[in-house]
Design a protein around this ligand. Structure first.
Ligand SMILES: *Cc1c(COP(=O)(O)O)cnc(C)c1O
Length: 492
C-alpha cells in the first residue's frame, strides 16, 4: 500500500478511491482526477461514500449545492466554492444552471442551458477547474494533453471547457463526415491557444480506437489525460442537478421532504444515470432510476436479463449520443452494488474476451430494485417529439424524447404515481433535422436553414451559441488518415 500523508487526520477520516477491479490500487480524490483511469484499467470508486446534510443542501442555491456535493465527493481538492464559481458564473443561461420545467405531465430537467447546449457542459465546465487544482496540489509542472474522440457532443463541450486553461492542452478527434453539420461547425470554429481539432477518415470507432491506442502506447514528451466520463471529476459535478430538481419540486409544493421522485435518463455511457444513483446513495429520496436507450438497447436487455452482450451491430440513430454498445460507467455500478472487485475484474475480462458477461442472480435482483429499463427506436422518438409538442407545447430533442417515451412505458407498466423528472440532455437545435422532421415534412433545407425554420415554427429561440455559427471562421480543417493520429499529437 502506498503511504499517504495524513495531515493530522485519522486514516478513517480520509476518503480514498480505489479501482473497481482491485482494492490495492488506491488514490486520493485529487490523484484519481489526474489519473482518470486506474492503472489496472478499472474505474475509481470511493472506499465509502461521504455523509451529506441533505436537508441543508436542498435549501441552497445551485452553485452552493454544487460546492457542497463535489466537495464531499472530492475532499482533497480545496477551495471548491471558488472553483464552482470560476466554472459556471456567466457561462450558463441562468445562475440556477439547470432549470426545471413543469410541463403538466412530467417535469423536464433542462441540462442544456450551458455554453455548448449539451448536458456535458455541466461536467466539462467543472473538470478543468478540478484538474488544474489537482495538478497544483500534486506539484505537477508538465502540461497535460487531453485527448478525446467524439461522436459530436463531448468534443465541443470539452473544447469550450478547456480553451485557454493554462497548463493543459486539448485535442479532439471526430469522424470525418460522421457528425452533424451543426456539431462540426461548433468544433471547427473553436477559438483558444491550446485547442486542436482534427477529422479522422473513418467512423467513430476508428477515432476512439485511435485514441485508446495512443493511451496504450503513450506519446513521447506528452502527459495524457481524458475528458471522458470514466473520470470521477466528470461524474461528481453531475450529482448536483438531481438535488436541484428535487429542491425545485419541493419549492413548488409538488412533493414533501422525503417523498420519492423518479428520474428517467437518456443513457449512453451510463455516466448521467450513475450520478443519479450516487445522489440516492448520498441520501436524496430517489425512487426508480429509469434507463432509457435507443435502438442500441444493450442496457435494456442487461437490466431485464442480467446478461450484458455487446455482440450485436451498432445502429446509427437520430439520438447519436446514445449510439453505444459498451457503457463504461456500468462497471462502477457493478462494483457499488456488489462491493466485489474480483467479481468486477472477472466480468470485465469476459466482456473483453468473449463480448458478454452474466451477473449473479442476487446482483441482477439488486439492480432491478433500483433501475427500470426501456428503449425507444427512431420512429417512436419522432412520434414522441410531435406528441409532446402538441400536447405539452414543449419542444424536446431526440435524446430527451427517448427519455420521455420510456418514462411513459414505465408508468404504463407499473402504475407508479410518484412524480417523474425527465432529464433533457440537449437543445433541440443541436439536432434540427431530426426534430423538424418530427413536426413537419420539410425537405431541401440545410441544417442551418432548418434551425431557423424550426424556431419560426415553434417560437422557441435558438440558443445564442448556435446562432451565426455558419458565419464563423473555420479554424481547424485538418483531415488525416486514422494511422496518422500519433504523428498529429506528437507535432502539437
Ligand atoms: C452524452 C449524452 C447522453 C448520454 O449520457 P451518458 O452519461 O453517456 O449516459 C445523452 N444525451 C446526450 C445529448 C448526450 O450528449
Amino acid at each position: 500500500m502506498p503511504v499517504f500523508v495524513l495531515f493530522g487526520k485519522k486514516r478513517e477520516e480520509i476518503m480514498l478511491y480505489h479501482s473497481t477491479r482491485s482494492k490495492e490500487n488506491i488514490a486520493d480524490s485529487a490523484q484519481a482526477v489526474l489519473n482518470g483511469l486506474a492503472p489496472d484499467g478499472g474505474l475509481y470508486v470511493p472506499e465509502q461514500l461521504p455523509r451529506v446534510d441533505v436537508a441543508a443542501c436542498l435549501q441552497e442555491n445551485t452553485m452552493d449545492m454544487a460546492a457542497r456535493l463535489i466537495g464531499a465527493m472530492l475532499p482533497d481538492i480545496p477551495d471548491m466554492r471558488t472553483l464552482v464559481g470560476n466554472a459556471y458564473t456567466g457561462k450558463f443561461e441562468t445562475d440556477e444552471l439547470t432549470p426545471t420545467v413543469d410541463t403538466g405531465k412530467f417535469t423536464v430537467l433542462e441540462l442544456f442551458r450551458g455554453p455548448t447546449s449539451a448536458f456535458k457542459d455541466v461536467a466539462l465546465c467543472m473538470l478543468p477547474q478540478l484538474l488544474t487544482k489537482a495538478k497544483t496540489l500534486k506539484g505537477m509542472d508538465e502540461e497535460i494533453m487531453i485527448l478525446t474522440a467524439t461522436s459530436g457532443d463531448t468534443g465541443k463541450a470539452a473544447l469550450a471547457g478547456f480553451a485557454d486553461v493554462p497548463g493543459v492542452g486539448i485535442c479532439v478527434f471526430y469522424p470525418d463526415g460522421g457528425v452533424s453539420r451543426v456539431q462540426r461547425a461548433q468544433m471547427v470554429t473553436q477559438e483558444g491557444n491550446n485547442v486542436h481539432v482534427c477529422a479522422v477518415e473513418g467512423n467513430f470507432d476508428d477515432a476512439q480506437t485511435g485514441v485508446k491506442n495512443l493511451f496504450a502506447s503513450g506519446v513521447p514528451g506528452k502527459r495524457l489525460s481524458t475528458a471522458n466520463s470514466i473520470n470521477i471529476g466528470r461524474l461528481a459535478p453531475q450529482i448536483t442537478y438531481y438535488f436541484k430538481a428535487y429542491a425545485d419540486l419541493l419549492r413548488r409544493g409538488q412533493i414533501q421532504m422525503g417523498d420519492k421522485v423518479n428520474f428517467s435518463v437518456p443513457t449512453g455511457n451510463f455516466g448521467d444515470i450513475l450520478a443519479g444513483y450516487l445522489a440516492k446513495k448520498l441520501g436524496l429520496p430517489v425512487g426508480k432510476l429509469i434507463c432509457a436507450s435507443n435502438a442500441n438497447n444493450v442496457l435494456t436487455d442487461f437490466i431485464e436479463s442480467g446478461t450484458y452482450d455487446r455482440r450485436r451491430p451498432l445502429h446509427k440513430t437520430i439520438s447519436p449520443s446514445m449510439d453505444i454498445l459498451v457503457s463504461s460507467n456500468l462497471e462502477r455500478l457493478l462494483y457499488l452494488m456488489s462491493e466485489d472487485t474480483d467479481l468486477v475484474a472477472s466480468l470485465m475480462g469476459s466482456l473483453n474476451k468473449e463480448g458478454f458477461y452474466r451477473v449473479p442472480e442476487n446482483l441482477k435482483k439488486a439492480i432491478q430494485e433500483e433501475f427500470w429499463a426501456g428503449y425507444c427506436d427512431d420512429a417512436k422518438t419522432r412520434e414522441t417529439i410531435g406528441k409532446v409538442w402538441r400536447e405539452q407545447k414543449y419542444l424536446c430533442d431526440t435524446h430527451t424524447a427517448a427519455g420521455w417515451a420510456v418514462a411513459e412505458d414505465y408508468v404504463a407498466a407499473t402504475g407508479d404515481t410518484a412524480p417523474m423528472v425527465v432529464l433533457s440532455t440537449a437543445s433541440p437545435y443541436k439536432f434540427p433535422a431530426a426534430v423538424l422532421s418530427a413536426l413537419e415534412d420539410v425537405a431541401e433545407m440545410d441544417e442551418f436553414q432548418q434551425m431557423d425554420y424550426l424556431s419560426k415554427l415553434t417560437g422557441v429561440p435558438v440558443p445564442g451559441n448556435l446562432q451565426g455559427l455558419q458565419q464563423k471562421k473555420e479554424l481547424h480543417t485538418t483531415v488525416i488518415p486514422k494511422d496518422k493520429m500519433l504523428a498529429f499529437v506528437e507535432a502539437l
